[in-house]
Write a protein that binds this ligand. Structure first.
Ligand SMILES: C[S@@+](CC[C@H](N)C(=O)[O-])C[C@H]1O[C@@H](n2cnc3c(N)ncnc32)[C@H](O)[C@@H]1O
Length: 257
């Protein structure tokens, strides 16, 4: 077995994370630069060092997860969600069951609550948000962000939902209360069902074609008929019908059966 293949087996045993479902060249490149920085010469050295140093395991997780996010990321899509998708979903269901999958540090589920607040009081909004990375979830629960993550937030929403302290912005308690955060591995764990909306953006690009195929099937099974999967702006599904989806708009897929 090759050096990287053995590393995949070891990491699966140690953390439950299955690196074989992530695109290999990309992942290898990212991890190689980390292990070289630590003075290792192979994935085997890297794994041995990780066993001796718990901080390194954290650094590895940090490197492999890529937590980059921002509020209203690709603002036009959030406008489509607000003006087209939410009105249709709300005409069918007054209480929406919403999941932000791979939510990173919380910008995405909090944006969802802010957008939906055009139609419903925050007290009637409830969103589940999950990620593989426990550190990202901790940060999401704190809800404190730098100015950079807020660049796309409309100014009236900024006034309404954030307080500024020094260089940082804190999300209001009312918005925080709409989101329940949980740790979850999209590639290994079971999904809940009956969702009106699943938002999964900017993580599928890291997965292999087989992993994506399985994930689309799981998302489709987790949505109610008429429910919507909202994907990232480079993550179009090329054969939506195969998963029981049809495009309701670019990057929004409605479950048809
Ligand atoms: C680039 S961020 C995307 C955040 C947000 N969805 C957005 O579009 O701004 C990717 C996130 O996917 C998470 N992730 C990676 N693999 C995952 C997996 N197997 N299960 C759940 N989350 C995963 C990472 O921890 C990271 O927080």
């Amino acid at each position: 077995m090759g050096d990287y293949e053995q590393f995949i087996v070891n990491i699966k045993r140690k953390t439950g994370i299955d690196l074989s479902k992530y695109k290999e060249a990309q992942m290898k490149r990212r991890l190689t630069s980390l292990y070289e920085k630590k003075g290792c010469r192979s994935f085997k050295d890297f794994f041995d060092l990780m066993n001796a140093d718990a901080n390194l395991l954290n650094e590895f997780l940090d490197r492999m997860t890529i937590n980059v996010s921002e509020f209203y990321r690709n603002a036009k899509r959030w406008e489509t969600l607000e003006k087209k998708i939410f009105p249709r979903l709300l005409s069918e269901n007054k209480r929406l069951k919403i999941w932000s999958a791979a939510c990173s540090t919380g910008e995405e589920p909090y944006t969802t609550a802010m957008v939906l607040s055009s139609y419903l009081p925050l007290s009637q909004i409830s969103i589940v948000a999950t990620d593989l990375d426990a550190n990202a979830i901790q940060k999401a629960k704190r809800g404190v962000y730098s100015e950079r993550s807020l660049a796309e937030v409309p100014s009236e929403k900024k006034r309404q939902f954030f307080t500024k302290e020094g260089d940082f912005y804190t999300v209001s308690e009312e918005v925080k209360r709409t989101v329940t955060f949980r740790k979850q591995d999209l590639l290994a764990d079971r999904f809940d069902s009956g969702f009106d909306l699943i938002i999964c953006r900017n993580v599928m690009i890291y997965f292999t074609e087989e992993a994506k195929d399985q994930l689309y099937k799981k998302f489709s099974a987790a949505l109610r008929r008429g429910g919507v999967l909202f994907v990232g702006s480079t993550e179009q599904i090329f054969n939506p019908a195969e998963y029981g989806f049809e495009a309701e708009d670019t990057f929004f897929y409605r479950k048809t059966n």
